[in-house]
Design a protein around this ligand. Structure first.
Ligand code: ADP
Ligand code: MG
Length: 292
């Protein structure tokens, strides 16, 4: 007996995943301050990101944006005290850092770390091997990496340098986007990839992000303090982040409003009504969550 093929009109096999969803619900996170002291930074974050969507999280310095990025990636200094993070229903919080990466969660760090003694090419090929489940064929890989570097206007000599060691701010950020392009994660969290970039680097980096976005396979969470990167990358959704949670959200027009008026109306305003705006979907904005 033969199994019937997919219906004549169907171009999508039933086995094909229809996309990826990262779902964050009621996330509260504390950071190890000094010694035994911990400090609650995230106070109840609700956010859903699907592949193909681009979300911008905008908020003042110290509001907890990097803490959110680190908590998603699994940084050991940040303790999840409540809530859930799932990737297509799988419990992300139960995964180790490398399991999260292999599951398709990528973090471009605000301050990328230097790894002396590990060359960019070795680092990238190891990462690609871990992600793809087998080592990419050397010749193909060299070509792939070269082309990706050229698109990001990076000197090929970078491939032999130690990861981030002595890189300028702009070079570090290009290297983050190089990883993004080569590793093709399902969900990419980009923490202030725009900060410290001159206008040329901002354009090159934004074009890289837009290429990844154009594949439709990656959900992008663009964390930023300034609106200028949003001149290059038009988000589908904008979330305003203040004091460890989302206090307002809307479409790209919200970024224009922030550009004009800053965060003043949100800062100092307590409670859910800070923006005075009806949230676009569902009961996404609970009151501040405090965990005893
Ligand atoms: N490792 C840490 N130790 C102590 N305090 C921290 C640590 N990480 C973050 N914080 C504090 O948490 C708050 C939020 O920081 P962060 O997430 O970096 O904000 P943002 O990225 O929005 O600027 C700040 O008050 C910061 O000082
Ligand atoms: Mg930050």
């Amino acid at each position: 007996m033969t199994v019937p093929a997919t219906r004549a009109s169907g171009t999508t096999p039933a086995t094909r995943a229809s996309g990826t969803t990262l779902e964050i619900r009621g996330l509260t996170v504390a950071v190890e301050a000094d010694g035994a002291n911990t400090k609650e930074i995230l106070t109840g974050v609700d956010l859903t990101i699907r592949s193909g969507e681009t979300h911008a999280i905008m908020g003042p310095n110290g509001s907890g944006k990097s803490t959110l990025a680190y908590a998603i990636a699994g940084h050991p200094k940040y303790t999840v005290t409540g809530g859930t993070v799932t990737l297509d229903g799988e419990d992300v919080l139960a995964m180790s850092v490398d399991e999260r990466a292999r599951a398709g969660v990528f973090l471009a760090m605000q301050y990328p770390v230097e790894v002396p003694g590990v060359s960019v090419s070795n680092f990238l090929r190891s990462a690609a091997t871990a992600m793809r489940g087998e080592a990419p064929k050397l010749r193909l890989w060299v070509k792939e990496q070269k082309e990706a570097m050229s698109r990001l206007e990076m000197d090929p000599a970078f491939s032999e340098r130690s990861v981030n060691e002595g890189f300028s701010g702009g070079e570090k950020k290009r290297h983050e986007i190089l990883q993004l392009e080569l590793l093709q994660p399902k969900i990419a969290v980009l923490d202030e990839t725009d900060s410290g970039l001159d206008v040329d680097a901002l354009r090159v980096v934004s074009e890289g992000i837009n290429r990844v976005r154009a594949t439709g396979d990656t959900g992008v969470l663009l964390i930023t303090h300034y609106t200028r990167i949003l001149n290059y990358i038009k988000p589908d959704f904008v979330h305003v982040f203040v004091k460890g949670r989302i206090v307002d959200q809307g479409g790209p027009e919200l970024a224009d409003e922030l550009e004009a008026n800053g965060y003043a109306k949100y800062v100092g305003a307590e409670g859910a009504s800070a923006g005075g705006r009806a949230l676009p979907t569902g009961p996404v904005l609970p009151g501040p969550v405090t965990t005893a």
